[in-house]
Design a protein around this ligand. Structure first.
Ligand code: TLP
Length: 343
C-alpha cells in the first residue's frame, strides 16, 4: 500500500527502534525518566524556550495550552479551518470551558493577518461580551494545504497580541516542515509565541508523541494538566527515545517529502478534471479539487484503494500527504493509478 492519508502513518526507522530498545528509563510521573528529560531539554533548547513537556498527542498539547492560557467563558480565536477547532472534538469547550471564534483568512493561506484577527478580537468591552483569551496559530496550516507562515508574520501577530494582553499559542504540529520550506529555524518561526506544540509523530516520523514548549511556569502547570487528563506516563523513555531520534535526524530529510508533494501536485494538475494550485504546495500536503472529474472523492478514494493507494476524501477535495515512507517512485505510481481512475 502507498499510504498518503497522513504523515501520521509512518513506521519507526531502524535507528528509532534501536534507540527504543536501548533507552534508559525511569518513572516520568516522578520526573525521573532520563530519556524523557533529555528530549524535553533538547526541545526547549531548539525552540529557544525555557522548558518543554513530552505529551502523548498533539491534541493533548494543544488542549493543555488552551486550558492554561484561558478562563472559562472566554473565547479563543482561530482561523476557520484550524485543527484545534475542527478536529479536537470540541475539547476547548469540554476542558477549558471556552468558546471558539473563527475567522476566515481572506487570501486562503490559513494564516490570519493582524487586521483579520483584530477585527474579531473582544477586549473586555462591554463587560457582558466574552473576551478573547487566546489566539491560536497553525504552522504549517494543515487544511490550507500545508501552507507556511513566515517568521515576520508570526512575530507581528505576537507583538500586537501581547500589546493588548492576549497570549498566542502555536499549533506547530508540522513546524519543522515550515522551517524547511522557509529555510529558517523553528525558533525563529515561533519566537513571540507563549506556547508551541509540535508533533514528533507526523513529518518527523516517530511512532508516538508531541512536545509542548513554553516558559518554565507554563510547563510546570502543564505537567499538572497532563496528569489530570490521564497523560502522565511512566517508563515512557521508550517512546521519547524514538522522539529524540526523530527530532535530531528527521528535519534534515523533510525537503524530500516536499519535493515529492510538489511532483505529485504537478502530475495531478495535468489530469483533466483536477484542480490544484501547484505553487501553493510548499510542504508535504496536497489538497486538490476533483469536482471536474464527474466522480465523488469517496468513489475516487475507493478505486485508488483497490489499486493499493490510500488517500482521504472530504467533500469535493482529496488530501494526500507525503512522508518518509513514500518514495519518488510511489508518487509516479500514484499518478499512473490516478490517471486510470479518473479516465
Ligand atoms: N492531524 C491529523 C488529523 O487529526 C486530521 C492529520 O492526519 O493531519 N494539529 C495539527 C495541525 C494536526 O494536523 C494534528 C493531527 C494535530 C494537531 C493533532 O495531533 P494528534 O493526532 O497527535 O492528536
Amino acid at each position: 500500500m502507498i499510504d498518503l492519508r497522513s504523515d501520521t502513518v509512518t513506521r519507526p526507522t531502524a535507528a528509532m527502534r534501536s534507540a527504543m530498545a536501548a533507552a534508559e528509563v525511569g518513572d516520568d510521573v516522578y520526573g525521573e525518566d532520563p530519556t524523557v528529560n533529555r528530549l524535553q531539554e533538547r526541545a526547549a533548547e531548539i525552540f529557544g524556550k525555557e522548558a518543554a513537556l513530552f505529551v502523548p498527542t498533539g491534541s493533548m498539547g494543544n488542549q493543555i495550552a488552551v486550558k492554561l492560557h484561558t478562563q472559562p467563558g472566554q473565547e479563543i480565536l482561530i482561523e476557520e479551518r484550524g485543527h484545534i477547532f475542527n478536529y479536537e472534538l470540541g475539547t476547548p469547550a469540554v476542558v477549558a470551558g471556552v468558546m471558539v471564534r473563527t475567522v476566515c483568512s481572506a487570501d486562503g493561506s490559513g494564516h490570519l493577518t493582524w487586521d483579520e484577527i483584530s477585527s474579531a478580537l473582544k477586549i473586555g468591552q462591554p463587560y457582558y461580551s466574552s473576551p478573547t483569551g487566546l489566539i491560536c496559530l497553525e504552522n504549517t496550516h494543515n487544511f490550507a494545504g500545508g501552507s507556511v507562515m513566515p517568521a515576520e508574520h508570526c512575530a507581528d501577530v505576537c507583538e500586537k497580541a501581547h500589546a493588548v494582553g492576549i497570549p498566542v499559542h502555536m499549533d506547530g504540529a508540522r513546524i519543522f516542515n515550515a522551517a524547511t520550506a522557509l529555510e529558517t529555524l523553528v525558533a525563529e518561526l515561533t519566537k513571540g509565541c507563549d506556547s508551541v506544540q509540535f508533533c514528533l509523530s507526523k513529518g518527523l516520523g516517530a511512532p508516538v508523541g508531541s512536545v509542548l514548549v513554553g516558559s518554565a511556569d507554563f510547563i510546570k502547570a502543564a505537567r499538572i494538566w497532563r496528569k489530570r487528563l490521564g497523560g502522565g506516563m511512566r517508563q515512557v523513555g521508550i517512546l521519547a527515545a524514538a522522539g529524540f531520534v526523530a527530532l535530531e535526524e528527521s528535519p534534515n530529510r523533510l525537503h524530500e517529502d516536499h519535493a515529492n508533494a510538489r511532483r505529485l501536485a504537478e502530475g495531478l494538475a495535468e489530469i483533466p478534471g483536477i484542480s490544484v494550485d501547484v505553487e501553493r504546495v510548499v510542504t508535504n500536503i496536497v489538497i486538490f479539487d476533483i469536482s471536474g472529474t464527474g466522480k465523488t472523492s469517496a468513489e475516487i478514494c475507493a478505486t485508488l484503494k483497490e489499486k493499493g493507494i490510500l488517500a482521504i476524501g472530504f467533500g469535493n477535495a482529496i488530501r494526500m500527504v507525503t512522508h518518509c515512507d513514500v518514495s519518488g517512485e510511489d508518487i509516479e505510481r500514484t499518478l499512473v493509478a490516478f490517471r486510470d481512475v479518473v479516465a
